[in-house]
Design a protein around this ligand. Structure first.
Ligand code: PLP
Length: 367
């Protein structure tokens, strides 16, 4: 008698539960980072990627509302058919100017931006990838059906060996800031090795809110970014030379075969870029820097991991913090390697100094 699909699903779910890795949605009411839980408790979340608090900024929200009034709620089509609106190219030009590149292409998510870059440039190449790269890079490399080789985390010498021994074109890909550890890639070394070996460098800047090392302008480099984190909106982008970006428009299946970014998201992101480039953006980054230093001095990003070890310890710590009104999620395998379950603290300029002090005290009191 074959197993039914229902039995199969129940067995799979049981094995995830037995490993302490079961996940559930939690609906939060509020505008963040302060929320009300379903049971009515008030919490401050140290969990989002809204690093500058721009998802709640009045100018960003007003831009989204105005875009809905002008263009409606959705584009109704892929951009190459009838889904392209003036706000897309306004945002792309503004991002290109900000990032100092020739061209930018925006996507409905950052995840899709990585898929598009890796499938467009990775096909037929060797993809050399940091072992802690984000899931969207791993999935993009798989989808490219390329030869994928993985180097030890942050180890530019190991990456160099793998690039050097490539039988043909090599593409080196790394997060600039790693999403679960909050550490920074050795960008200058990766850039140098790509310059020496003629490899393409793809950097995923999704979490890069503070400055990172520049890349040698001689290197064939593509930057991937998201509109959904520091820019407080929704979407992603690919930034690079005009020929590279035009190739993505033609070959990137996760661009071609999907509905264009909602005009409201594009308009919100454009307003957020304007803020990031203004004096206010500088103030927000300084506030964020101060919050990070209060939790871990000179840590290079707003993502501060507190590694606990096994799943149960991380869950217990997260539950204890929640009891004190502080929502800090426990991150467990498969998101992080086994034995490194952790609290992932993420800070935002929208937190108050008092909230950050409360968190610092509660972390210090953990067993
Ligand atoms: C490093 C990295 N790249 C890409 C993404 C995907 O971005 P988005 O949320 O816009 O799809 C994420 C999101 O978590 C990320 O952490």
């Amino acid at each position: 008698m074959p197993v039914t699909w229902a039995d199969w699903a129940a067995t799979e779910a049981d094995s995830i539960r037995a490993a302490g890795q079961w996940r559930q949605l939690r609906s939060l009411e509020g505008r963040g980072p302060r929320f009300e839980l379903e049971d009515g408790r008030s919490v401050v979340a140290f969990a989002s990627n809204d690093y500058l608090g721009l998802s709640q900024h009045p100018a960003v929200c007003a831009a989204a509302r105005a875009a809905v009034e002008r263009w409606g709620a959705g584009t109704g089509s892929s951009r190459l058919v009838v889904g392209d609106r003036p706000v897309h190219s306004e945002l792309e030009n503004s991002l290109a100017d900000w990032r100092g590149v020739e061209a930018v292409l925006v996507f409905a998510t950052g995840y899709q931006a990585n898929l598009a870059v890796l499938t467009t440039f990775g096909a037929g190449a060797r993809i050399v990838s940091d072992e802690l790269n984000h899931a969207s890079i791993i999935d993009g490399a798989r989808l490219a059906r390329a030869e994928v080789v993985v180097y030890r985390h942050g180890d530019a010498d190991h990456a160099d060996q793998l690039v050097r021994s490539a039988p043909g074109r090599a593409l080196l890909v790394s997060d600039t800031v790693f999403s679960m550890d909050g550490d920074v890639a050795p960008v200058a070394e990766l850039s140098n090795l790509c310059a020496r070996r003629g490899a393409m460098l793809v950097l995923d800047d999704a979490h890069a809110v503070f400055d990172v090392d520049p890349v040698d302008p001689q290197v064939a480099c593509i930057r991937v970014g998201t509109l959904s984190k520091a820019l407080g909106s929704q979407g992603g982008y690919v930034a690079g030379s005009r020929p590279f970006v035009d190739l993505v428009v033609n070959r990137g299946r996760s661009f071609v075969f999907t509905t264009g970014l909602a005009p409201s998201s594009a308009a919100a992101a454009k307003a957020a870029v304007d803020i990031c480039r203004s004096a206010e953006g500088g103030r927000l980054r300084r506030t964020l820097r101060g919050h990070v230093d209060a939790i871990r001095e000179r840590h290079p990003s707003p993502i501060v991991p507190v590694v606990m070890g096994d799943e149960a310890s991380a869950l217990a710590a997260s539950t204890k913090l929640l009891g004190a009104g502080l929502l800090v999620p426990a991150i467990r395998p498969p998101t992080v390697p086994a034995g490194t379950s952790r609290l992932r603290v993420s800070l935002s300029a929208a937190h108050s100094g008092d909230e950050v002090t409360r968190l610092a005290k509660a972390l210090a009191d953990l067993p």
